[in-house]
Write a protein that binds this ligand. Structure first.
Ligand code: PLP
Length: 410
């Protein structure tokens, strides 16, 4: 075990050295005027030159193989991505198996039956629905359709990082609203103070990731009075059961996004949806490609919606387990968990001389992966986020965390 650990550390070090030398080489080549680097960049949209891709950020100095091996490892307990720890419904497995032969053909570009199922689930009409490659696929469409160069996107922080990423990727300007301790609550005045003629989108994640709290519907209604498209990301809706979706019938500027990645356990299939009035949905479709979702993803989502009871059972278990984790962390000196209406918990480290980086590394030695929030805009190195896992994994996590916090020479 110790030997494996030493070997992997060595692998990291070797990788870092190789990557640093590669970086050096690229800069050297660019500096000497090599056409491969210089000429290709000339054609790229200027605002993209300074932007780091998600790939670059994720692989960082460790390289893709190490990151891929770590992320796909069956040995690591995944408590960092807010996924469901439960498999999808047996109905999803049946449909996936039965439809495997159909993957030789292109999928149904209309998603007609899935739109109908979603409409039934949310209590709206199929023309209010657009399906996307994950809710991120829909969010990407929203940015591509509405945000022009230098348009402003209001993003309360801390927030799901992809909203900032997409703002930069389309040449927009993220305008941040810092949410403050102790409750990180968003107030409508904070938004109205930042709205300008250039504001195109206002983002509300509800409940918020990484905080886990809920912005009251009254506040959302006040924000909807602004002259901008308001995106309410309800990725964690099934855990809190509060929604502004019916407001799309009252407010022409509201788009709600939801996902099958969390409560329905389909994160790997990449399928989500947006809800809005038919005119907005039509505008969003303008930049959609013809076959964005796979047949398997479409059929799996339909099957998942045909077994809501299964998802509900997992959600209840998740909420019970989330509260177990929160209560146990409350008992540990030096840690303060925030209350949550999602499947994860934000935790503040109140102990001096301890930061989230150290704690994350220590937990990784126990093969438990949590999210270190040190680099998250709007938080600092005293915060980490932990996703609820299975009852067994949650107890392993609490045991490891307690041992680490109790260790004297930490
Ligand atoms: C707030 C929020 N929105 C969207 C997503 C991405 O969802 P999807 O898998 O549907 O793209 C996540 C994923 O963690 C999230 O936390």
């Amino acid at each position: 075990m110790k030997q494996i650990h030493k070997a992997s550390i060595l692998k990291y070090v070797v990788c870092i050295i190789i990557l640093l030398s590669i970086n050096w080489k690229i800069e050297d080549v660019a500096g000497s005027g090599d056409f491969m680097v210089k000429d290709v960049r000339r054609f790229v949209k200027p605002h993209l030159i300074g932007i780091k891709s998600n790939y670059e950020i994720l692989t960082g100095i460790l390289g893709a193989k190490i990151v891929s091996d770590a992320i796909c490892s069956e040995e690591v307990i995944r408590m960092f991505n807010n996924e469901s720890p439960y498999p999808p419904s047996p109905k999803v497995f049946d449909v996936v198996e039965n439809r495997l032969a159909s993957i030789s053909r292109y999928p149904d570009p209309t998603c007609y039956y899935l739109n109908e199922k979603i409409a039934e689930y949310v209590g709206l009409k199929p023309e209010n629905v657009i399906v996307g490659r994950g809710s991120l696929g829909v969010i990407e469409l929203i940015y591509n359709v509405f945000v022009e160069f230098n348009d402003e996107v209001i993003i309360p922080i801390p927030s799901f990082e992809q909203f900032e990423f997409l703002s930069n990727a389309v040449g927009g300007k993220p305008v941040f609203i810092q949410l403050e301790k102790p409750d990180f609550i968003l107030k409508s005045e904070m938004v109205s103070e930042r709205v300008t003629k250039k504001t195109k989108l206002i983002i509300i994640i509800n409940p918020n990731n990484p905080i886990g709290n809920y912005t009251p519907i009254e506040t959302v209604k006040e924000i909807l009075e602004e002259e901008a498209i308001v995106v309410v990301d309800e990725a964690y809706y099934e855990y809190c059961k509060k929604t502004v979706a019916p407001l799309i019938l009252e407010y022409e500027n509201l788009i709600v996004t939801r996902t099958f990645s969390k409560a329905f356990s389909l994160a790997g299939l990449r399928i989500g949806y947006g809800l809005a009035n038919p005119e907005l949905i039509m505008q969003l479709r303008k930049l959609d490609t013809v076959f964005p979702m796979s047949t398997i993803a479409i059929q799996a989502a339909i099957a998942a919606l045909e077994d809501i009871d299964y998802a509900e059972k997992n959600v209840s278990e998740t909420i019970k387990e989330r509260e177990y984790i929160r209560e146990e962390i409350t008992k540990i000196e030096g840690l303060r968990p925030y209350s949550s209406e999602t499947n994860f918990i934000l935790v503040e480290i109140t102990k001096e001389n301890l930061d989230a980086g150290k704690l994350t590394a220590k937990l990784l030695e126990n093969k438990i992966l949590i999210k270190n929030c040190a680099d998250q805009r709007g938080l600092n190195n005293k915060f980490f986020r932990v996703s609820t896992s299975t009852p067994e994994n949650n107890r392993l996590f609490i045991k490891a965390l307690t041992n680490i916090m109790n260790a004297q020479n930490f």
